[in-house]
Design a protein around this ligand. Sequence first.
Ligand SMILES: Nc1ncnc2c1ncn2[C@@H]1O[C@H](COP(=O)(O)OP(=O)(O)OP(=O)(O)O)[C@@H](O)[C@H]1O
Ligand SMILES: [Mg+2]
Length: 400
Amino acid sequence: MGYEILEKVIELTDSSEALEKRFDSLAKSISQSLSFDQCAIYLFDEERKIFSLSAADGDRNDLVHTYHDGEGLPWSAIKKNRPIIANISDVNDGRWRGIKDNGLLGFATAAVYPIKDDTGNYGMLYLKSRKKKIVPLRKRKLLSVISLQIGMAIKTNECILNLTSVNTKMRDMQARLIHAEKLLALGEMAATLAHEIKNPLMSIGGFAKRLSQQFTKDAPERMYADMIVKESKRVEKLLHGILNFSTNKGFDLKDENISSLIDDTLALFEDEFKRINIKIVKELKGNITAVKADAEQLRLVFTNLFTNAMQAMENGGILTVKTDCVEKWITAEVTDTGGGIEPSIIGNIFNPFFTTKAEGTGLGLAIAHTIVANHKGMIEVMNDIGKGVTFLVKLPALVQ
Ligand SMILES: Nc1ncnc2c1ncn2[C@@H]1O[C@H](COP(=O)(O)OP(=O)(O)OP(=O)(O)O)[C@@H](O)[C@H]1O
Ligand SMILES: [Mg+2]
C-alpha cells in the first residue's frame, strides 16, 4: 500500500523538478493508495497567516484555495497541534463540530495532517472521502510519516533557495571587489600620470594664449593657437577628473544630512534645468538619519549624476530625486526621463574613460563609484530602456 507513496516522498528531496510539480504526483498517489477521493497539499505563508493550495489530485474547482487566519479545519488542526480525522454527519452542511469549512461540502470523511516540525508550520495535508470511512491506525501512521517527510522536503528546498541567493550575492560582491580593485589600480596610475602632465600642459596652454594675442583676429595662426588653448583646456578638465578620481585624497568625515546636501547641490543646477525645460521632483526626507561623509566628495557624486541626467534630457524632461532610510542604509535615488542606456554599453558605464559623448571624459561615474565605495556604500543603476535611468546611491546609516 505505502511503497509507491514512500517512493514519491523520497523523490521530493531527490529530484531537480520544481517542488510543486512533485507535490501534484504525490497527492495523486496518496489519494489512490489510501482510497480517498481527494488529496490536497496546502503551503503555509507565515507572514500573511494563510494556507494556500499548492497541489491537488484531479479537479481543483471544489477545493478551498486559501484558508485565512483561524478558518476551517486546517486552522483547528494547527490550534490543537495534532491531526484531525473528521466524520461529518451531514455532507451538505460543510461543518464539523461547529467549525465551518466550505472544503467539506459533499464529503463525509476528512483527514487533516499539519506539515510541521519544531521550528514552525510549513503546510497541511488535506484528504477527503465522499463516503464515510474509518481511517485505520496504520494509515494514520503512514500519513504522519508522509507529512513529516513533506515538511523536510519543504525545509530542504528553502535551504537550497537560500543558498542559491547567498551564492548570487557573494558572486555580486566578488564582482564589485574586482571592479573596486581595478579602479584603485587605474586611479593610482592615472593620478601619477596626471600629475606629470599637468605642469607642461599648463605651459602649453599659457604660451598658446600669449601666441594667439600676437596675431590679428582673422590670421590662421591665431585660429591654430586658439585651438591649442581649447584642446589643452579639455585635457586640463580630464586631468582634474583624474586627480579627483585618485583615492589617495584625505577624507574629511562629518555627520551629514543627505537630503540637505542633495538640496544644496541641486540648487546649483536649477537655472540650467529651467533653461532646458527640466522639471525637478523632490522627495527628500527631512528628518533623515545622518551619514558619515565627506560633504565635498558626496556633492561631487550628485553633481556627476545630475550632469549626466541633464545631458540625457537635452530637450527637457523630469528629474526625480528621492531620499529614504531603508534598514541600515540611507538611500538616494536620481531618476531621469532621458531615454535610458543602451543595454550593450551598460556594463561599461562605471569604467574610467568610458564615454559616449564627444566632450566627455568618461570619469563622472567612475569618480562617483569610487567616492561611494570609499564611504562603504554602493551605487546601482536601474535602466528603463526608452524611458530613463535611475541611479541608486546607498550609504551606511549612522548608528544612533
Ligand atoms: N543618466 C544617463 N542617461 C543615459 N546615459 C547615461 C546616463 N548617465 C551615464 N550615461 C552613460 O554613461 C557614460 C559614462 O558616464 P560618465 O558620467 O562616467 O562619463 P561622461 O558623462 O560621458 O563624461 P564626463 O562625466 O566626464 O563628462 C556616458 O557617456 C553615457 O553614455
Ligand atoms: Mg558624466
